[in-house]
Design a protein around this ligand. Structure first.
Ligand code: HPA
Length: 247
């Protein structure tokens, strides 16, 4: 059974090198998934892959059906989810092209379907979310990171904003004061939904740009895409390493 799924974000709508065995579309109680689940073999292991923004990168962060995606992965028997996400850097040491394995989240999103626990409840449930990421999977990523020779930060606070616009400089100042190191738009509610379904979930964030007001220039899509090309290449190397290291 495929126990590991990769959710690809911006810059990773396809996993190059994945030997595809089949594509699966599921009907979920929550509506349509972002993309079919692609099953295949990567680094000699069976894995599943799902493109968070759709196969053609057409679904913006606030329109992603996070519940359908996470429900579908749980339904097919996935136990571990490795989520790839493009982010802006707030911490001055984190530079475009670097990878960050965040350890904490601050959620600034609003109006998203953020829980499975809304209807037909036999009792009210509050998940523990003190540590939002699965330590086991984070540690595996960090162990594998020692085998590769590019820069990976072993922790960081991921502030998730609503988007799709980028932030103002003052919003980034406030996020910095809050303790955020990186900013992205898809970290939540994905991580919390995975926890609600008792999935082991960790994120590998790729720095695509310096956050608003941190660099000298305006942030352009061209810049983001260019930086992501390098970063995603590192992500692929890390994925191969981590998947090889899987039991
Ligand atoms: N802000 C929010 N999300 C992002 C950014 C950013 O600067 N870069 C990539 N995703």
């Amino acid at each position: 059974m495929t126990e590991l799924a990769i959710i690809g974000g911006s810059g990773l709508t396809k996993l190059e090198g994945l030997e595809i065995t089949n594509r699966q579309v599921l009907k979920t109680p929550y509506g349509e998934m972002s993309s079919p689940i692609i099953h295949g073999v990567y680094a000699d292991k069976s894995i599943a892959f799902l493109a968070r923004h759709g196969t053609q990168h057409t679904i913006p962060p606030h329109k992603i059906n996070y519940r359908a995606n996470i429900w579908a992965l749980k339904h097919i028997g996935v136990k571990n989810i490795l989520a790839i996400a493009a982010v802006g850097s707030i911490h001055p040491d984190m530079q475009p092209g670097d990878l960050v394995i965040p350890h904490q989240i601050i959620d600034y999103t609003w109006g998203r379907e953020h829980t499975f626990f809304t209807e037909d409840l036999s009792h009210v449930t509050h998940i523990d979310f003190t540590q939002p990421y699965c330590e086991e999977l984070r540690n595996m990523l960090l162990d594998s990171a020692q085998e590769v020779d590019f820069k990976i930060f072993s922790q960081g606070v991921y502030g998730t904003t609503q988007g799709p616009r980028l932030e103002t400089a003052a919003e980034i100042d406030r996020m910095e004061q809050d303790g955020c190191d990186i900013v992205g738009m898809t970290g939540m509610p994905e991580a919390a939904l995975a926890r609600e379904l008792e999935l082991c979930y960790a994120t590998c964030a790729v720095v695509a740009n310096e956050a608003a007001g941190r660099g000298n220039a305006l942030i352009t899509m061209e810049e983001i895409e260019e930086n992501l090309t390098d970063g995603i290449d590192y992500v692929r190397q890390l994925l191969i390493q981590v998947i090889q290291d899987l039991e």
